[in-house]
Design a protein around this ligand. Structure first.
Ligand SMILES: *[C@@H]1O[C@H](CO)[C@@H](O)[C@H](O)[C@H]1NC(C)=O
Ligand SMILES: *[C@@H]1O[C@H](CO)[C@@H](O)[C@H](O)[C@H]1NC(C)=O
Ligand SMILES: *[C@@H]1O[C@H](CO)[C@@H](O)[C@H](O)[C@H]1NC(C)=O
Ligand SMILES: *[C@@H]1O[C@H](CO)[C@@H](O)[C@H](O)[C@H]1NC(C)=O
Ligand SMILES: *[C@@H]1O[C@H](CO)[C@@H](O)[C@H](O)[C@H]1NC(C)=O
Ligand SMILES: *[C@@H]1O[C@H](CO)[C@@H](O)[C@H](O)[C@H]1NC(C)=O
Ligand SMILES: *[C@@H]1O[C@H](CO)[C@@H](O)[C@H](O)[C@H]1NC(C)=O
Ligand SMILES: *[C@@H]1O[C@H](CO)[C@@H](O)[C@H](O)[C@H]1NC(C)=O
Ligand SMILES: *[C@@H]1O[C@H](CO)[C@@H](O)[C@H](O)[C@H]1NC(C)=O
Ligand SMILES: *[C@@H]1O[C@H](CO)[C@@H](O)[C@H](O)[C@H]1NC(C)=O
Ligand SMILES: *[C@@H]1O[C@H](CO)[C@@H](O)[C@H](O)[C@H]1NC(C)=O
Ligand SMILES: *[C@@H]1O[C@H](CO)[C@@H](O)[C@H](O)[C@H]1NC(C)=O
Length: 416
């Protein structure tokens, strides 16, 4: 053993060496041995193109020394500094998820990659994330089928694959997602029979079901009425047919019903008047016929009503004016006959009224002059006659007036 009394300079040197060694050891320990979570993320980053790595510059080993990976861009952690969320929007990551080892990130509850230029398929190790509640891959270039293994993530509450290139039918395993309240598959090329799908998801606690812009076929089953928790149902722009089932009236929580641009035919069921929560209804561009049920006027909370581009006929119900929350009322391109109901003048929030291209007759009711907020009034291509009421001069918000192709008497104020 070295005596400090005899060799004081050796002691100093020993202390110095010790300090250097401790210093080297500590920086090496943190830099060279990051957690398995950090490793998995850095491994994925290393596979991304150069420009994308620049977007993730905070994902680096030196930043694990100070605040840890919890400060990395897009990451959230729990109290024990384990990664619980990956949340990116509008970051052009431009790669795939294949190189991301989800088995090393078992505490993830949230995965959000919205508009990140990601492509390829969904890696199956996602299904091992037993705590995942939110999974959103909206607006990317993912392709392939709806993965069967997503059905293993029974913790899921929120699932969006919208705006991608997914194809094929929805597998039966979706029925196991018993906590799912939000399902958004909008703008893909999913196909298959809608009734089978509605049956599959029949016992899920869905509040939002968004299937717009796909290739779904078949009809709306009467069991849709059992989905009493649904607040949004978007089925527009598919290849759906059949008639609208009367059971739809049982969907008492539904706020938005979008069925436009399909091939629905038959009448609008009068039970629609029972949908007391409805504020947006779009049935446009189908083959619906018959008349508008007068029960529609019961929908006093409705703000947007689009029925254009169908084969609807008969009178516009005289009491439509009860729908005093309407901002937009669009009946154009149908086969309506008879007069314009004066009660429309009671829709005082109305900003656009489109009645053009029908077979309406009689004169324009002077009550329309009460629509102080009206910006667009389209009455062209009907069989209206008489002179234009002087009250239309009160429509000071009006920016567009279409009245051509009618039989009006020439009017000195507005012209015909
Ligand atoms: C990517 O960056 C590395 C250095 O980080 C460089 O050697 C390589 O040439 C770059 N590749 C491209 C395609 O720019
Ligand atoms: C590492 O990340 C930190 C922020 O977390 C940043 O300040 C630093 O510039 C990054 N280092 C490199 C080499 O990108
Ligand atoms: C996940 O969280 C648990 C505690 O909730 C923790 O014990 C475990 O170490 C975490 N896993 C990782 C990989 O950090
Ligand atoms: C993701 O981050 C955004 C803010 O960038 C936030 O508004 C959103 O709530 C986060 N989503 C989740 C599921 O944590
Ligand atoms: C997607 O993100 C890019 C930036 O990476 C942005 O310019 C673009 O507007 C975003 N698109 C959408 C639909 O949000
Ligand atoms: C995405 O990365 C590829 C190379 O991997 C590159 O050719 C392409 O330009 C990148 N696209 C964008 C939008 O950065
Ligand atoms: C991942 O999940 C699959 C399917 O549930 C299972 O077979 C596999 O053993 C799991 N892997 C790990 C590492 O837990
Ligand atoms: C479903 O939600 C309930 C109530 O929030 C929760 O107790 C249960 O653990 C969840 N199921 C799964 C599989 O996560
Ligand atoms: C979906 O429908 C569009 C338009 O009808 C068609 O061009 C496309 O081929 C269809 N895709 C599939 C996967 O059926
Ligand atoms: C009108 O609405 C009320 C309350 O939403 C409902 O109870 C009633 O059945 C509806 N009447 C018709 C004719 O739809
Ligand atoms: C307009 O509403 C008032 C009460 O709000 C009502 O008395 C009147 O009859 C309605 N007018 C028409 C034409 O329906
Ligand atoms: C509308 O115009 C008529 C005639 O120009 C006028 O008597 C009336 O007071 C105006 N106001 C309303 C709200 O109708």
């Amino acid at each position: 053993m070295i005596s400090s009394y005899k060799f004081p300079h050796l002691l100093s040197m020993a202390i110095l060496l010790f300090v250097v060694a401790v210093h080297l050891h500590s920086s090496a320990a943190v830099a060279a041995v990051p957690s398995t979570e950090a490793n998995a993320l850095l491994e994925w980053k290393s596979q991304l193109p150069n420009q994308s790595r620049a977007l993730l510059s905070s994902w680096n080993e030196s930043s694990t020394t100070s605040t840890g990976l919890c400060s990395w861009k897009g990451l959230t952690c729990d109290a024990s500094r384990s990664v619980t969320g990956l949340n990116f929007s509008h970051v052009a990551i431009n790669g795939t998820l294949q190189g991301l080892n989800f088995l090393s990130l078992p505490n993830l509850t949230t995965i959000v990659f919205i508009n990140c230029s990601l492509s390829g398929g969904i890696p199956s190790t996602i299904s091992n994330l037993s705590k995942l509640t939110t999974f959103d891959l909206g607006i990317n270039d993912f392709s392939g089928g709806f993965p069967v293994f997503l059905g293993y993530i029974t913790s899921l509450q929120y699932l969006s694959l919208s705006d991608n290139y997914f194809t094929g039918t929805i597998p039966g395993s979706i029925a196991t997602l018993t906590n799912l309240t939000y399902l958004n598959l909008d703008a893909n090329e999913f196909s298959g029979d809608l009734s089978s799908l509605i049956r599959l998801i029949g016992s899920l606690p869905l509040q939002n079901l968004l299937l717009t812009n796909n290739n779904f076929t078949g009809s709306i089953p009467s069991s849709i009425g059992d989905h009493t928790k649904l607040t949004l149902l978007h089925l527009s722009n598919n290849m759906l047919s059949g008639s609208i089932p009367s059971e739809i009236g049982n969907m008492s929580s539904l706020g938005v019903l979008l069925l436009q641009q399909n091939q629905f035919h038959g009448p609008i069921p009068s039970e629609i008047g029972k949908m007391g929560s409805l504020w947006q209804l779009d049935l446009s561009q189908n083959y619906l016929n018959g008349s508008i049920p007068s029960a529609v006027s019961n929908l006093t909370g409705l703000s947007f009503l689009y029925l254009y581009g169908n084969q609807l006929s008969g009178l516009i119900p005289p009491d439509v004016g009860n729908m005093q929350s309407l901002y937009t009322f669009q009946l154009l391109s149908n086969e309506f006959t008879g007069p314009i109901p004066p009660s429309i003048g009671n829709m005082t929030r109305l900003e656009s009224l489109y009645l053009r291209t029908n077979q309406l007759s009689g004169s324009i009711p002077k009550e329309l002059g009460k629509l102080a907020k009206l910006k667009e009034l389209a009455l062209a291509e009907n069989q209206l006659d008489g002179s234009l009421p002087i009250e239309l001069n009160n429509l000071t918000s009006l920016t567009s007036l279409q009245i051509s192709n009618n039989s009006f008497t020439v009017d000195p104020y507005l012209g015909a």
